[in-house]
Design a protein around this ligand. Sequence first.
Ligand code: SAH
Length: 347
Amino acid sequence: MTKNDLINILSATGDHLNNILNNAQKIKIDNVGNQVFLRGLIEWSNYCSKDCLYCGIHSSNSKIIRYQVSDEEVLNAAQYAFEHHFGSIVVQGGELSSPQHTKIVSQLLRKIKSEFPELGITLSLGEQNKETFLEWREAGAHRYLLRIESSNPDLYYKIHPQNKQHSYEHRIESLYLLKECDYQLGSGVMIGLPFQTIEDLANDLLFFKELDIDMCGMGPYIEHEDTILYQYRHLLLPKNKRFELGLKMVAGLRLLMPDINIAATTAMQSLHPQGRGLAIKYGANVAMPNLTPKKYRNSYILYEDKPGITEDSWESHHQFEEEIAAVNCVIGYDRWGDSKHYQAKKV
Ligand code: SAH
């Protein structure tokens, strides 16, 4: 597929769009089947050293209460995942980097793995050095999600502070380090950012192909009042159009990379009541029910109207069961559900 083909997909409307979505649905079933794999999401900590201009938990936001989920609470969430036959969990949090932080995470991973050796673990803890990535890999994590946020460096610097701590090059380097450390690599972008063009998004998809990712988590950008980017909200597409663009990105990526894992993200659900279900129907095959203890959910608000703030694990889990059944898909219980793309590279 060329850049023009992708621009064509992202600009489609009416019958043309329906044909594309139906084609993506068929390619998905042909390549990864109708199983959806569950990853129990633990929003582990909102401490963050970064000051990203879009994100509600950016370091200079003094309005939020900072927290880190205790090891015991993480183990309880992992137990929920294990008992309900989820194959895997995701530990996500703000970005901190220090030898002490590396150790805290390694110890946590070892505890999870010793109690629940069957659970696959995905990490999403930002940019780290090679030693840290290796240490966490050895401690039991085997997948890592690090969104590039935007593959266009000019746009990247419009949505991040322009300094060394928010270096585009360093983020790219981290993505390549993760591959060297033999993680299944996930990346993603935000869709519908202010200043973003359809060509940027087509390039994002080509970037994923070039990087040869195994998994993708991407979703619409949604404004947050306590961020710098909020002042540009008048530039945004209306929410229904932003959602539609998100769906086109999922479908376009499924057509471009038929055997990778693609997540149906929470941000899709924020903009449409059946958002995640539609993402699953037209391309996604991974769902991430939220297992974060309820008392912390109010403090991990990355964008406005984030769904699931008042839910507990059971409610998040069962909502997904309904959403998945509604689009004639089935849950792949008790499976890691590794990316077929990654498996194919290993043989
Ligand atoms: N610290 C980790 C995880 C960050 S939070 C890291 O650096 O990778 C997970 C994702 O939430 C981010 O990668 C970003 O793409 C998304 N996110 C943050 N703010 C958002 C917003 N306002 N709208 C939509 N998605 C947002």
